[in-house]
Design a protein around this ligand. Structure first.
Ligand code: SAH
Ligand code: F3S
Length: 481
């Protein structure tokens, strides 16, 4: 689930518990990163106060919202295709209104209304609280748009309505936006400057989730290690804060400590970490609390120092290795995953080999790998030519994927014969006699159901594995249960 883009969830529509008094129907579907899925829960929560219940049937909808992704061109093309589908439905149901949310809304702004005639409403990621006003404009027959990015908005005061698919795992957003300006990335432009959410509201949400039966949360942000609360405001303005604000500031290590202490039986994960902002105090907190999972998503993008520099990643390959080594010194059995980009402008065969040798060093448990896709407005698009031929990008990507498959398999095999704690999340897709859950390292474990239930912490004897999945048998409840 920590996967940045979870292919199995793309386009999933949200369905929430119906309020009796609500008569209007909202169809909302989400593409892209977990933050978008989490935002859609906030949008559904705002609209449930405006008389909307969700539906999973597009044909029934009064309002269709699509939460969009701009990270790669392919993501945008997928959304364009969905708009064609909505258009066909609108012909049958002309009263249906269509709104575009998220990163494409922010990137394309009013261009959307010109280019896609079926779109009535365009709302950027920081403007969801304005939805009720925007909707009333649409109802009066006008097009409506709000793509203003905010310095403060974190939606900390809105209690998201959860997608009640498993009731066991949930995402809690802790930061919005990103200040890193990696040269390939559109996120700083579509999601604005980085700001952190009030730790008090985060803890309240974590407590509330525990009381509702949730057993695992993932703290979510574009760059969680950069979390910094000093009473509100942008990360970049911290220097201007008062002495008192500085002395009482909460960083990510502290926040993690607070969450793990507030709910000592709640499993805690976080995503995404950026090597340049990851500090050892975070690892010390991980080592201190049993309920913080031993898994870090630590994207590196490339193994070549020259390319890392061109990407404006603020570390070298050697510094990355040192970070990995230091983390392993404190937590020897920690699992890592990566994001990698193949074919960034000017990437040579030697640079690509550096990526493969970096992977060889770390032997990641999991990886999410992409061919470089030039994004309008980014520094790389303005300053560099997208000069690696498509066929070369594809070939290098394939080599990276193949190596990751081998490493993933190697890591999976290391669990054989062990007894590991698994949190049961759902029924296995392949068999209704088996449960599916994850161990602390984020590996999926499948085992016979017996008398156990969804939400139980169970010790599982690992007996077998496929490339990426563990198979086993429960030996009893774990201590945490
Ligand atoms: N810090 C963020 C990163 C968001 S983008 C987070 O929460 O994970 C997710 C991944 O998409 C990046 O790590 C990168 O590997 C990939 N990506 C971003 N821009 C890209 C581009 N222009 N082309 C190809 N892949 C890209
Ligand atoms: Fe993008 Fe780099 Fe931020 S990948 S989201 S600019 S950390």
């Amino acid at each position: 689930m920590e996967k940045v883009i979870d292919e199995s969830k793309q386009g999933q529509s949200l369905h929430l518990e119906a309020k009796k008094e609500n008569s209007r129907k909202l169809f909302i579907e989400s593409y892209g990163c977990q933050m978008n899925f989490s935002d859609s829960e906030i949008v559904a929560s705002i609209l449930s106060n405006e008389g909307f219940n969700t539906t999973q049937n597009l044909e029934d909808a009064d309002l269709v919202l699509v939460n969009t992704c701009s990270i790669r061109d392919k993501a945008e093309q997928t959304v364009r295709k969905r708009l064609e589908k909505y258009n066909a439905v609108k012909k049958i149901n002309p009263k249906m209104k269509v709104g575009v949310l998220g990163c494409m809304a922010e990137r394309l702004k009013s261009k959307f209304l010109e280019e896609e005639k079926i779109v009535d409403l365009v709302v950027g990621p920081d403007a969801y609280k304005d939805l009720p006003n925007l909707l009333s404009e649409v109802e009066d027959g006008r097009e409506a748009i709000n793509v203003i990015l905010s310095k403060e908005e974190t939606y900390g005061d809105i209690s998201p309505v959860r997608l009640d698919s498993n009731g066991v795992t949930a995402f809690v957003s802790i930061t919005r936006g990103c200040d890193n300006m990696c040269t390939f990335c559109v996120v700083p432009f579509t999601r604005g400057r980085e700001r952190s959410r009030d730790p008090q509201s985060i803890i309240e949400e974590v407590n509330d989730l525990w009381n509702k039966g949730y057993k695992e949360i993932t703290l979510l942000g574009q760059n969680v290690d950069s979390y910094l609360w000093y009473g509100g405001g942008l990360k970049k303005d911290f220097e201007k804060a008062s002495d008192l604000q500085k002395a009482t500031a909460v960083n990510f290590a502290k926040l993690l400590d607070m969450c793990a202490t507030a709910q000592p039986k709640m499993r805690i994960r976080f995503s995404t970490s950026n090597p340049q902002d990851m500090t050892m105090d975070v690892i010390e907190i991980m080592a201190k609390h049993n309920n913080i999972c031993k898994y870090i998503h630590l994207p590196v993008q490339s193994g070549s120092n020259r390319i890392l520099k061109e990407m404006n990643r603020q570390h070298t390959r050697e510094e990355y290795f040192k970070l990995i080594d230091d983390i392993k010194n404190l937590i020897p059995d920690i699992a890592f995953s990566q994001d990698m980009i193949a074919g960034f402008p000017t990437e040579t065969e030697a640079d690509h080999q550096d990526t493969l040798s970096l992977m060889e060093y770390v032997k990641y448990d999991f990886g999410f790998m992409f061919a470089y896709s030039e994004r309008p407005g980014t520094l790389a698009e303005r300053k560099m030519e997208d000069d690696v031929p498509e066929a070369t990008k594809k070939r290098r990507l394939q080599e990276i994927i193949e190596l990751q498959r081998q490493h993933g398999h190697y890591r999976t095999q290391q669990h054989l014969g062990k007894i590991e704690e698994v949190l049961i999340e759902k029924e296995s897709k392949r068999s209704d006699a088996h449960w599916s859950g994850r161990n602390t390292y984020n590996t999926v474990v499948i085992f016979p159901k017996e008398h156990y239930q969804v939400g139980d912490f169970v010790n599982v004897q690992i007996t077998d594995c496929t490339t990426a999945t563990l198979l086993g048998e429960a030996v009893g409840y774990s201590e945490n249960n």
